[in-house]
Design a binder for this molecule. Sequence first.
Ligand code: ME8
Length: 505
Amino acid sequence: MSRFYLTTAIDYVNSRPHLGTAYEKITADVIARYKRLSGVTTRFLMGNDEHSQNVFRRARELGLEPLEYCNRMEQEFRGVWQALGISFDDFIRTTEPRHRVGVTWMVERIATAGDLYEGFYEGWYCVSCEAFKQEKDLVDGNCPIHRVRPEWIRERNHFFRLSKYRDALVSLFDRHPEFLLPDVRRNEILRLLEGGLEDISISRAGQAWGIPLPTDPSSAVYVWFDALINYASAVGLGDAHDARFAEWWPADLHVIGKDITRFHTVVWPAMLMSAGLELPRQVFGHGWVHLGGQKMSKSLGTTLDPAEVAGKFGADPLRLYLVKEIPYGQDGDFTWERYEERYNVDLANNLGNLVSRVAAMVDKYRGGRLGAPESSPDALASKASETVQVYRRAMDGFALHEAAAAAFRLVDAANEFIAQTEPWALARDPAQAGRLDAVLSGAVETVRIAAVLLLPVMPAAAAEILARMGENRPPASLRLDEDTTWRVEPERVVSKASALWPRAE
Ligand code: ME8
């Protein structure tokens, strides 16, 4: 049986989720829901990255123990993810014992492989990136991402022999061009590999907030080395590797932001190679969501609260906007004006209006019940089947925006069909009763198929539309193949209800 193990980056908890971090979880959720709809047994992991110095400092600012602070933040994060309809199956925190077991096991294995050595580190460190910086990376002496001056660090550290894995990584990228998508990200990493790799420090001396390095407990494991292991520790990496590890490792897909592709496609595979574990099959590095053209970042204070945005029209309109308006893999922009405009066009005028019109006509002309029509509108039926194919290809190639757009083209086709067939005119002529049945059934069927296609993107709204169109099976039991095939039902009960998306003025 096919299975799919999908993960997102785990978030630093020094502040609440923002629209950019939410974008990542929403797009990964669309992929997870699409896989489940396709009948693939899916495991979707998310979590929190807690051993960061910024987290420690934030807790102290608030006068809290770091763990107590992280416990509170877990609730904040879970609350936002729930409000956005994110359907993760597991949520890992790096302070959990299961993660510590995995990190300890992995560091010991890497040490046994001869890939750890002691050395002296001196250089710049940006706490917001949690990354060492070279002089050439800085702009006017500042971290170019966070625009703050990095700290100068001089300490005894433990190093990982990353340089040893350069050729193996080059060969990985050669053999598996699909390992890192989209291609722009792949090309960046290939250029980096061409320049050669330096070993990296994987410990921080004398740091209490973190997982003790098993080979030198006075040091903590460097937060990135710690964090990457979450993907494996969540499924039972450790001394005995519980049964879930055999079932779920390697991961099929890591969804991450473009700023952290180097960690996921250079450092992480090298760590796994050193430990003798299988590599993840694919990494997708999505782009940035900007806010009115500005980079969104916690440390710059230019963020937007996703729960607040979802509070305006609901979570599904926000999900649709982020998925459909931003080509997946590229950067995109959010402004309230554009958001409202797209809401009115796609939802109030287009899909929402279609659902209301179709239900109102079935109610008015047929008392809410449709029998089996004598014929089906062939052009509409073939438009539906062609849309399903386009949608599948797009989803399978991670062109989530194209998949959403395809579903909306089917909505357009249904609106045009109604405009052309004029059911209100057919209703005036008793001789056209059979034709009216066919037109109404065809419209309902098209709306039903569009709603199945929209389940991954707009789960709550699509479920509501399906219920209104008389689909009484639970959405989780629907399957892409069977349930997007054109159907002629012996009877459909269609319900009229209030407008799904009132126009925003
Ligand atoms: O990087 N638009 O955590 P994080 C889109 N803990 N994506 C964005 C974004 C934006 N404006 N801002 C951030 C970390 N992201 C580490 C990850 S994984 C083993 C450890 C993305 O809270 C960012 O690229 O800073 C990352 O994938 C995720 O949000 C979490 O960012």
